[in-house]
Design a protein around this ligand. Structure first.
Ligand code: FE
Length: 191
């Protein structure tokens, strides 16, 4: 009985650094994903014509003075058994607010790694649209030693999803609007 308050205090002290680190980074994902025993693999999609290899490693694609609405894309990289895949590689690219890709440099291109719990987090802006496509973000995902999954992510509120022949509902992010930005969540399942 005597030790209970002490134990509580110790627990609180241990928990504090974790909480504050997460609050500081804006990371709100839990430590473990919530998914069924066998989540379906994330469907592959065409990379399109605008992939550039060797993108810089960075967690933010936001340019100084960038216009556009801020967007945070986060989630887990998981195995088909729903286990987090630590250190998975994610290579993102998307067009600017005018619908143009940077094909000579690396604007709105970058790669990052999932953490030890399989979590990733990218800061960027909401991409524009270009003729013939609904709004989307391209990404390649690869667990260490695994296959490369090339796919695209979509926004739930874009009316052009219905007329885009590449769009697939399974690749739609869950998007919530925070103050001045959109938070998008997507969990990848790769082999
Ligand atoms: Fe594209």
């Amino acid at each position: 009985m005597y030790s209970t308050p002490r134990r509580r205090l110790l627990g609180a002290a241990l928990a504090l650094p974790f909480v504050s680190i997460h609050a500081a980074s804006g990371q709100t994902l839990p430590l473990t994903p919530v998914c069924g025993e066998k989540p379906p693999p994330t469907p592959a999609q065409t990379p399109g014509p605008f992939y550039t290899p060797d993108s810089p490693r960075r967690t933010s694609l936001v340019e100084p003075g960038a216009g556009g609405e801020r967007l945070v894309v986060s989630g887990f990289v998981l195995s088909p058994r729903c286990t987090p895949l630590a250190n998975a590689l994610l290579d993102f690219w998307h067009c600017d607010t005018a619908g143009d890709y940077d094909n000579s440099g690396f604007r709105y291109r970058g790669h990052l790694f999932a953490d030890a719990q399989g979590r990733y987090r990218l800061e960027t802006i909401v991409p524009g649209e270009y003729p013939g496509r609904t709004r989307h973000i391209h990404v390649k995902v690869q667990a260490p030693g695994g296959r490369v999954l090339t796919t695209q992510l979509y926004f739930p509120d874009d009316p052009r999803n219905r007329s885009d022949w590449i769009y697939r509902p399974e690749l739609t992010m869950r998007v919530t609007r925070e103050s001045g930005r959109r938070d998008a969540r997507f969990d990848f399942v790769v082999t």
